[in-house]
Design a binder for this molecule. Structure first.
Ligand code: EPU
Length: 301
């Protein structure tokens, strides 16, 4: 999907540059995805105007965070992507509250808060991605989830066309589920975290890092776990029990370390990965009578 030159010029006037023909394979942790134009939302105050312009031209769009939990279609994409660049260097702490830009790296945020003696998020240390992505899917690991710490979220709501602030208590956070609308764009969050000495937080972080290194294929291209765990069960355990580690479709392969991680072992296409997802889901359904739900978000063309 290509943004026309007139629109590129109008977006530039709003301080919103457009990168032409970007490969999403280079912007996603799976290393899979076709090409499209990318609109860089450098200044979040202008997002409503940017969205208004896109709506006026009927340009389909999707918001890309750090690209660590998304499987993108191959080829020329039928939508443009919006992306907020930035490192979230503006994170600040006041008492037990941390104010964090949604574009900030999640692991970096856990460490930053730890340095201010604020803990509770140790388990999230190795979860790849941005704070905004973690918020959207209520990321969790090793007993920690982001949801319980959320006090306020600033976001762009497509439904109202405005930037709004939601109270944490008005958002539902469940296992890998939130009540945000699919087209909400996370901008910032206020977290409330328990006080804890830095050295104790570091000790907790070390334990989580060791567990993760021992069980997950961290050096390979993946989107983390492909499926959500079914209630009371483990998708990884079931797939492993079926002997499917290293099972592949093209270059998409079930990890030989953790069976709920599907890795791009070379030049996997989206079609390869979708084929593997469907095949494994079907085998689990046949053997266990359980229909696994995707955790990875799929952007079809
Ligand atoms: N197991 C196997 N074989 C495997 C994988 C797992 O036998 O190939 C067994 C493990 O030995 C363990 C059980 O299955 O007894 C559960 O495994 P694990 O502790 O790795 O946890 P998980 O349920 O597979 C979840 C999250 C991970 C998170 C870990 C640690 C989901 C879908 N996954 O994995 O999150 O890092 O717990 O808390 O909830 C993610 O969401 O992308 C993710 C990586």
């Amino acid at each position: 999907m290509w943004v026309n030159d007139k629109l590129v010029a109008r977006l530039r006037e709003l301080g919103t540059p457009v990168r032409r023909s970007v490969s999403l394979a280079e912007q996603t942790s799976l290393g899979i995805g076709g090409t499209t134009d990318e609109i860089l939302l450098q200044c979040h105050e202008t997002i409503p105007q940017v969205m208004h312009l896109l709506a006026g031209e009927a340009i389909p769009h999707k918001f890309l965070g750090s690209g660590t939990n998304v499987l993108v279609a191959d080829g020329e994409l039928s939508f443009v992507v919006l992306h907020r660049p930035g490192t979230g260097s503006g994170t600040r702490v006041e008492g037990n509250a941390a104010y964090v830009d949604a574009a900030a790296d999640l692991g970096g945020t856990v460490t930053f808060c730890a340095k201010h003696d604020l803990g509770g998020m140790e388990g999230l240390i190795g979860v790849p991605g941005s704070v905004g992505g973690a918020l959207r899917m209520n990321a969790g690991a090793y007993g920690a989830q982001i949801g319980p710490h959320v006090r306020e979220v600033e976001l762009y709501r497509a439904a109202s066309g405005q930037i709004e602030t939601l109270r944490g208590s008005d958002i539902r956070f469940d296992y890998r589920y939130t009540s945000f609308a699919p087209d909400d764009v996370m901008l910032g969050v206020k977290l409330e975290l328990p006080s804890k000495p830095y050295r104790d937080i570091l000790a907790g972080i070390k334990v989580c890092n060791e567990k993760r290194r021992a069980s997950q294929p961290l050096s390979q291209k993946s989107a983390g776990c492909i499926f959500k765990n079914p209630p009371g069960g483990s998708a990884g355990l079931m797939i492993d029990e079926l002997g499917l580690k290293s099972h592949r479709v093209g270059d998409a392969m079930v990890s030989d370390r953790h069976a709920n991680f599907f890795v791009n072992s070379g030049h996997a296409s989206c079609a390869d990965m979708l084929g593997l997802i469907d095949d494994v889901r079907e085998r689990v359904r046949a053997a266990y009578g359980i229909e696994l739900e995707n955790e990875v978000i799929i952007w079809r063309n």
